[in-house]
Ligand binder design. Structure first.
Ligand code: IPD
Ligand code: CA
Ligand code: CA
Length: 278
């Protein structure tokens, strides 16, 4: 069964609405961040009470509307990643991307919700409730930003097919952290090769937002390793629909089930890929 364009638009509107409501939950919990219960997940980072409340809300809203769809969500992995890749329709959710920022009072975090059809994202919404930036896209219909700070009624079309800037004009957002020790040196050398000569380097701490910032042209490139489907599924379709190139470190086409990502507009993407592969 193929989802019609009308249904896709309707679903997109539904996902935007639940993202806004989940964002309100996060903002409410961030006000009491000093007293939040926090779980240490070891190598998988941390999860706060806010992650769980946002997730509970998103999952129940989706289950009510789409009872037959598969749901994979970061803090509720009772269902597996492999199954979500095979399912006809699967929702892939990060109820709070950027938990470290969130618990430290840094207003850079987002909800990330994607709908996948047989493992490929067909719709995605990434919403930062602190800034009011809502990035969204659906397959074949382009990528957009609604920026509540500027005009909540206007959709900005993201169109970022080409980047011919010199290195000295570029702002990169690479993530050399979150690596186990023996691979850290290799990551650091990839990082070094690519940032030499760049105008600036920024690390936001939310993979979903960093990818959307490349789609929107705020950043010229982003690359990271060891990501999970919920970090990148929504941003993947936002990047594709904006026209930027998104691949694995090998140069193969990206999918949310791959663990490395390079996102940049052409031809800059090729230059970064070349240095990563050297
Ligand atoms: C993390 C953020 C971070 C990325 C990590 C992710 P979380 O997600 O996206 O930017 O570097 O790999 O795990 O734990 O805040 O949802
Ligand atoms: Ca995440
Ligand atoms: Ca998360």
């Amino acid at each position: 069964m193929k989802i019609s364009k009308t249904k896709l638009n309707e679903t997109l509107k539904f996902v935007q609405d639940i993202s806004y409501d989940a964002g309100e939950i996060l903002l409410k919990y961030q006000k009491k961040r000093q007293t939040l219960a926090i779980k240490d997940k070891g190598r998988e980072g941390i999860a706060s009470e806010a992650d769980l409340k946002s997730e509970e809300f998103i999952i129940s809203a989706i289950q009510e509307k789409f009872p037959k769809h598969y749901i994979l969500s970061e803090e509720n992995k009772s269902k597996g990643i492999k199954e979500s890749q095979k399912a006809e329709y699967a929702w892939v959710i990060d109820p709070l991307d950027g938990t470290n920022n969130f618990v430290n009072g840094i207003p850079i975090f987002a909800t990330s919700i994607a709908l996948l059809e047989k493992g490929r994202p067909i719709l995605g919404v990434v919403y930062n409730p602190s800034s009011g930036e809502c990035f969204f896209a659906s397959k074949g219909n382009g990528a957009y930003l609604i920026d509540f700070r500027i005009n909540p009624l206007k959709k900005f079309h993201l169109d970022n097919k080409e980047n011919k800037k010199e290195m000295r004009e570029c702002i990169f957002s690479p993530a050399p952290v979150y690596e186990i020790e023996d691979r850290f040196e290799r990551q650091l050398s990839t990082f070094r090769k690519n940032i030499i000569g760049a105008r600036a380097v920024r690390r936001l701490g939310s993979a979903a937002l960093e990818l959307c910032y490349v789609a929107n042209g705020n950043f010229d490139a982003y690359w990271e390793k060891n990501l999970k489907p919920w970090d990148v599924a929504a941003a993947d379709i936002i990047c594709r629909e904006s026209g930027i190139k998104i691949t694995e470190f090998s140069g193969n086409p990206f999918s949310p089930f791959k663990d490395s990502v390079i996102a940049a507009a052409r031809p800059l993407h090729g230059r970064i890929l070349g240095k990563i592969q050297k």
